[in-house]
Design a protein around this ligand. Structure first.
Ligand SMILES: [Zn+2]
Length: 296
């Protein structure tokens, strides 16, 4: 095990509370279906900063950024592939200003949206795209990088190698929501395979986010922890599975129900805990009550 100094300092006082969903919070502030959330860093910076600030005020010790889709392939879908630098720099800076020293900013890097195995994109093209995004996030002042919501271990490994070149700590988190027991990624990767592959590529922490409700994360967390070779484990579960009502995704898990799984996640070895889709600052506030008291 080789713990990055930033993570070592963060974890010295115990488990770390991260943030909740960004997409649903931006929608609550007027982001329309089909809009590209990342472009709001340039067009609606006050609203993006408002999400970041709400998580800091709820007690998040680490907040992410509105840069999940900030790679050139995803931005190209909105005709803005040339905006990678601006979108990511602004995203990191907005979270940093909102945190104002009260939380660290780990910038979000989501999947490319391209399929390596189909030949949509080459490994070299992916590496270049993730390198471009990571460099812009560093220029914006990010304290760490979080590669999240990945299903393909090869793509994750490429993103990790690109992110590691910045020198920042790199968290790599995959979605385990497939197979009959919902414990594999869409590509069939198990938590043990993920742990081995992510660490081999250089991840400083490994984890799981999105895809299913928080209840399903306890077993996955324990399996990641057992295979993590001492590296910290990052967990961000959803507020249950969404129900579609009038074309809108409704998440039915309450903040209190969500927080009731925190003790089990801690027992399973989680080091970083937060929420993914459907969670809000209320979920983070409730989760905070379940974490051990920390001296500040
Ligand atoms: Zn999610």
């Amino acid at each position: 095990m080789n713990l990055h100094p930033t993570l070592q300092a963060l974890l010295a006082r115990g488990p770390v509370l991260t943030d909740g969903a960004w997409g649903t919070q931006l929608q609550a502030r007027g982001l329309a279906p089909g809009d590209t959330p990342d472009l709001w860093n340039l067009t609606q910076p006050q609203k993006v900063a408002g999400v970041a600030r709400a998580y800091v005020e709820a007690g998040s010790q680490v907040i992410l950024t509105n840069t999940f889709g900030g790679n050139r392939f995803r931005l190209a879908e909105a005709g803005t592939a040339d905006k990678v630098k601006e979108v990511n720099e602004a995203g990191a800076r907005l979270s940093l200003e909102a945190a104002a020293g009260r939380a660290l900013v780990f910038a979000s890097i989501g999947p490319s949206g391209k399929m390596l195995m189909n030949g949509d994109v080459t490994a070299e093209e992916l590496f270049a795209a993730f390198s471009e995004q990571a460099a812009a996030l560093v220029r914006g002042g990010a304290d760490g990088l979080v590669i999240e919501t990945l299903a393909d271990l090869d793509e994750a490994a490429i993103a990790i190698r690109a992110a590691k070149a910045t020198g920042l700590p790199v968290v790599a988190s995959m979605v385990f929501d497939s197979g009959k027991d919902k414990n594999r990624t869409l590509m069939g990767v198990t938590p043990e395979q993920a742990a081995a592959g992510l660490i081999k590529a250089g991840a400083d922490a490994i984890g799981s986010n999105c895809g299913q409700g928080i209840a399903g994360f306890v077993k996955i967390c324990a399996r990641l922890k057992a295979a993590a070779n001492g590296q910290p484990v990052w967990i961000k579960g959803n507020a249950g599975l969404p129900k579609m009502v009038d074309g809108k995704a409704i998440y039915e898990t309450t903040p209190q129900e969500f927080a009731s799984f925190i003790p089990a996640l801690l027992a399973a070895g989680a080091n970083f805990i937060g929420g993914c889709c459907g969670t809000s600052p209320e979920f983070i506030r409730a989760a905070r009550q379940r974490l051990p008291d920390q001296q500040t």
